[in-house]
Design a protein around this ligand. Structure first.
Ligand SMILES: [Zn+2]
Length: 214
């Protein structure tokens, strides 16, 4: 019941825990400062951007959305993503957002995938942009918490799968720009493996955009 009430009327800001609002003006201003270029240890081979640092409202909002069921935060996080994407994209080409895959168990526990939800909000703000869920985690992927960089890469190698949407590549136009989106970038293992898999099917992302980076 408390969770339900929180969804209707979040009691605290998801970015700074200030009472009385779900997302405060200061955190909104912080997210609007512009993206941060990130260089993860496992290099995905395409430019990586974060809406903000992990130690800040972006990071705290990701944790709140992921661990505390704050679905309402998809609104401000999606808007912040859209702002960054508007600056990164080529205006004469369609834009396709591909959410990074999540472990099914984790997504179910959270009652949905916060990354896909925020990406959907972002796509709604942009012209000629949509979200295509194209990647999923295969079986046997462990929770990456506590794993080192090389262990994370090994954990994912060959375990990110393409969800087939028929023969036409999910209807992604040939001239579309693809951007891989995720909530957190730490070692870069998920991003690198996702970019590798997407490249193999002819949908190489031009960038990776995450909400926050450690
Ligand atoms: Zn705040």
């Amino acid at each position: 019941m408390k969770t339900l009430l929180d969804l209707v009327l979040p009691a605290r800001c998801g970015g700074c825990a200030r009472p009385g609002t779900g997302w405060c003006g200061e955190c909104a201003a912080e997210l609007a400062r512009g993206p941060v270029r990130v260089r993860p240890r496992t290099d995905p081979g395409v430019p990586c951007w974060a809406v903000g640092p992990y130690a800040g409202p972006a990071g705290r909002a990701v944790v709140a959305a992921k661990e505390h069921g704050r679905r309402d935060l998809a609104g401000p996080l999606g808007l912040a993503m859209a702002t960054v994407l508007a600056g990164l994209r080529a205006l004469d080409r369609p834009l396709v957002l591909v959410p990074a895959p999540t472990r099914a168990v984790a997504a179910r526990r959270r009652g949905g995938d916060p990354v896909a939800r925020a990406a959907g909000v972002a796509a709604g703000w942009l012209i000629d942009c949509r979200t295509v869920t194209l990647l999923r985690m295969g079986r046997g992927v462990r929770d990456s918490v506590g794993l080192r960089t090389h262990e994370r890469a090994h954990n994912l190698r060959g375990r990110i799968m393409v969800i087939r949407h028929g023969a036409d590549m999910a209807g992604i136009p040939a001239n579309a720009e693809v951007v891989l989106v995720d909530d957190v970038l730490t070692t870069g293992a998920t991003a690198a493996e996702s970019v590798r898999v997407l490249s193999r099917i002819g949908a190489r992302p031009r960038a990776v955009l995450v909400t926050c980076a450690a």
